[in-house]
Design a protein around this ligand. Structure first.
Ligand code: FES
Length: 177
């Protein structure tokens, strides 16, 4: 795997299938990632928006996607990986359902954010949604704060979060029917 800053944007050896070819899915994803990068200025300062957009469109990050961003932005793989792995909000694997990110940083913990996290973890045993603890979401004035599928919930209560999850489930049911 080439983890340096060189590269023409071509699909690399890392993303070959067992016979050394590029799968249709990989080629498609590569095109999407290159397309996303092309919509932003080719500057390091736009790395976070690029990463967010990749997660938004493809669902999560993985080494292939990081490498394609590296090639297209001409920024070393290690630098992009370092940035992406620093932020706990970036997803690295597919999610089975909606995600709840609960802030358990100091201000939110003082307002029972840790209890909210524990309650939601217990409520998620049916695996219809996933829960993760994150650091400050920048909404300390409305603690406890969380994100339900990346939408902010301020002064969050378990009742409100579960209601939002129910609404998402209804909307998803509507899309599929
Ligand atoms: S500490 Fe929770 S939003 Fe800042």
């Amino acid at each position: 795997m080439n983890h340096n800053s060189e590269g023409s944007g071509a699909v690399t050896a890392h993303s070959r299938d067992e016979e050394g070819g590029v799968t249709e899915l990989q080629a498609e994803e590569h095109e999407i990632v290159v397309g996303i990068v092309s919509r932003f200025p080719r500057q390091r300062t736009w790395l976070l928006p690029v990463l967010w957009q990749v997660v938004e469109e493809l669902g999560w990050l993985n080494p292939d996607r990081i490498e394609w961003i590296s090639e297209a932005l001409n920024v070393p793989y290690a630098e992009i990986y370092g940035v992406a792995s620093f932020y706990s909000l970036f997803r690295w694997e597919p999610s089975a359902g909606p995600e709840v990110h609960v802030c358990t940083d100091v201000m939110c913990t003082l307002k029972s954010g840790d209890s909210l996290y524990d309650d939601l973890t217990r409520a998620s045993v049916d695996q219809t949604f996933t829960v993760a603890s994150v650091t400050c979401l920048g909404r300390c004035d409305a603690a406890p704060a969380c994100l339900v599928n990346y939408e902010p919930v301020e002064n969050a209560t378990i009742a409100e979060v579960l209601e939002r999850l129910r609404t998402l489930a209804v909307e998803k049911g509507g899309e599929q029917s």
